[in-house]
Design a protein around this ligand. Structure first.
Ligand SMILES: Nc1ncnc2c1ncn2[C@@H]1O[C@H](COP(=O)(O)OP(=O)(O)OP(=O)(O)O)[C@@H](O)[C@H]1O
Ligand SMILES: [Mg+2]
Length: 375
C-alpha cells in the first residue's frame, strides 16, 4: 500500500521521474536547437564557398543539388540524434527512479511508523549511495532520540503515579475514619496527616526542581562563598539528627581553609543536606560520616563519606536517576522519593561542577564527591 503511494509520487505528475525526464528533455531541446541553428546559419555559406573554390559555377544545377543534399543530411542526422537521445533519457530516468524507489519506500514506511507512535522503527542499509546512507543514519538517530524521550516520559508518569499513591491512600483512610467516627483527632492522627501532606508538598517542590533543572531554568544566586562556611552550616543543620541516631559526624574543611567558590549557598546547602541525610539513613548506629573539603587545582572537592551500607556495582550507575531508590529495607521504609540525588547532580552541573558516587561494595560505605570550580 505504502509502496504504491511512493511509486505514484515518483512516477506521477510532479513526481521525481517526470521532473527528471523533463529536465533531460529541456537539455536535449536546447542542444538540438543550438546545433540546428549553427548548421543552418554557418553551414550553407561555408559549403557554398568551398564548392566555388573547387571550381563549381555559381549557377550550375550540381551546386544547387549538393547544397540541397547538405540540408537534407543535416536535418536527418539531427532528427535521428534527437530520437536516440530521447530514448536514452527515458532509459536513464527509468533506471535512476527504479534505484531510488526501494530506499525512498523504506524511509517513507519507517517515517509513517514513527508518526503512528511506533518509535522502534528503523531503516536498514539503503544501498543507494552515501547521501541515502547518511539520510538513513540521521533518520535512525532521530527515531532513537524520540524513543528515549517517550520512554522517559512514560517512566516519569508511572513513577509519579506510584509516588502519589501512598500519601493519598493514607490521607483518604484517615479522612474516612474521622468522618465515620472510627478515628479520633489526636496527636497521632495529626502527626500522620502532617507527615503525608508534607510528603506531597515536598514531592511537588522536588518535581518542580527536577523540571527546572532539566530545562536549564534552575535560577542560581551566585556569590563568592567560603567553603568552610558551606560545610559548617550543612553540618550544623544535621548535627542533632546524627546525635539522635548515634552516628558520628566528623567535619574537616581544613584542606580548603581560605578557598572561595562561586556558588549559590542555598542550593549547595540543599545538595550537602541531601548527601548528609542519605549518609545518615544508610549508616547504622555506631558508624561514622565524614564531611570534608580539599582544594584541587582550580576547584574544590567536598566529600561526604560514610561507613554504612555501601552500594553494589549494579546500583551505582542508577543512583542519580529520577525516582531511583535502592531496594534495601531502609529505602523501602522511609518516605524519600528518590529525587534527591537527581536534583543534587543538576545543581552541581548548573554550577559547572560535578557530583559523583563511589563505593567499594555492599557494607563497605559510600563516598559522594561534589566538585565546584573556585571563585
Ligand atoms: N550514602 C548512601 N549509601 C547507600 N546508598 C545510598 C546513599 N545515598 C544514596 N543511596 C542510594 O541512592 C538512592 C537515591 O538517593 P536519593 O537521595 O536520590 O533519593 P532518596 O534519598 O531515596 O529520596 P529523597 O532524597 O528524594 O528523599 C537511595 O534510595 C539509596 O538507594
Ligand atoms: Mg536523598
Amino acid at each position: 500500500m505504502s509502496g504504491v503511494r511512493t511509486s505514484r509520487s515518483l512516477g506521477g505528475r510532479g513526481g521525481l521521474a517526470s521532473r527528471l525526464l523533463l529536465a533531460q528533455v529541456l537539455v536535449l531541446g536546447a542542444s538540438v536547437v543550438t546545433a540546428g541553428a549553427v548548421a543552418a546559419l554557418f553551414g550553407p555559406p561555408l559549403f557554398h564557398e568551398h564548392l566555388l573554390e573547387a571550381g563549381q559555377a555559381p549557377d550550375s544545377p550540381q551546386l544547387a543539388h549538393i547544397e540541397q543534399a547538405y540540408r537534407d543530411a543535416s536535418l536527418v542526422s539531427l532528427a535521428v540524434a534527437l530520437v536516440i537521445a530521447l530514448a536514452c533519457a527515458a532509459a536513464v530516468t527509468w533506471y535512476v527512479t527504479r534505484r531510488m524507489q526501494a530506499p525512498l519506500d523504506a524511509l517513507a514506511n519507517a517515517a509513517r511508523e514513527v508518526s503512528r507512535g511506533h518509535f522502534g522503527a528503523r531503516v536498514g542499509p539503503l544501498g543507494a549511495g552515501t547521501e541515502f546512507d547518511e539520510l538513513g543514519h540521521a533518520f535512525n538517530l532521530m527515531a532513537r532520540q524520540l524513543e528515549q524521550t517517550e520512554d522517559t516520559r512514560r517512566r516519569l508518569l508511572s513513577d509519579l503515579a506510584h509516588e502519589l499513591r501512598t500519601p493519598i491512600a493514607t490521607l483518604t483512610v484517615y479522612c474516612e475514619g474521622l468522618r465515620d467516627g472510627v478515628t479520633t483527632w489526636n496527636a497521632d492522627t495529626e502527626r500522620v496527616m502532617t507527615e503525608q501532606t508534607e510528603r506531597l508538598a515536598r514531592l511537588a517542590a522536588d518535581l518542580d526542581d527536577v523540571s527546572r533543572a532539566e530545562e536549564g531554568r534552575l535560577a542560581l544566586d551566585l556569590s563568592p562563598t567560603p567553603v568552610p562556611e558551606l560545610i559548617w552550616s550543612a553540618a550544623e543543620a544535621r548535627r542533632e539528627a546524627f546525635a539522635r541516631q548515634g552516628v558520628e559526624l566528623h567535619v574537616r574543611p581544613d584542606a580548603a581553609p581560605d578557598v572561595h567558590v562561586e556558588a549559590d549557598p542555598r542550593r549547595i546547602g540543599q545538595v550537602l543536606d541531601n548527601l548528609l541525610a542519605n549518609a545518615l539513613r544508610h549508616t547504622p548506629r555506631g558508624g561514622a560520616v565524614q564531611l570534608s573539603a580539599r582544594a584541587v587545582h582550580d576547584a574544590v572537592e567536598i566529600v561526604v563519606a560514610d561507613t554504612g551500607d555501601g552500594m553494589s556495582a549494579d546500583q551505582l550507575p542508577h543512583v542519580f536517576e529520577r525516582f531511583y531508590r535502592g531496594d534495601t529495607a531502609r529505602d523501602r521504609d522511609r518516605g524519600g522519593s528518590g529525587l534527591g540525588l537527581t536534583i543534587s547532580r543538576a545543581i552541581a552541573d548548573a554550577h559547572r561542577g560535578s557530583l559523583v558516587a563511589s563505593s567499594a561494595g555492599p557494607g563497605e560505605g559510600s563516598t559522594f564527591t561534589l566538585t565546584l570550580p573556585c571563585a
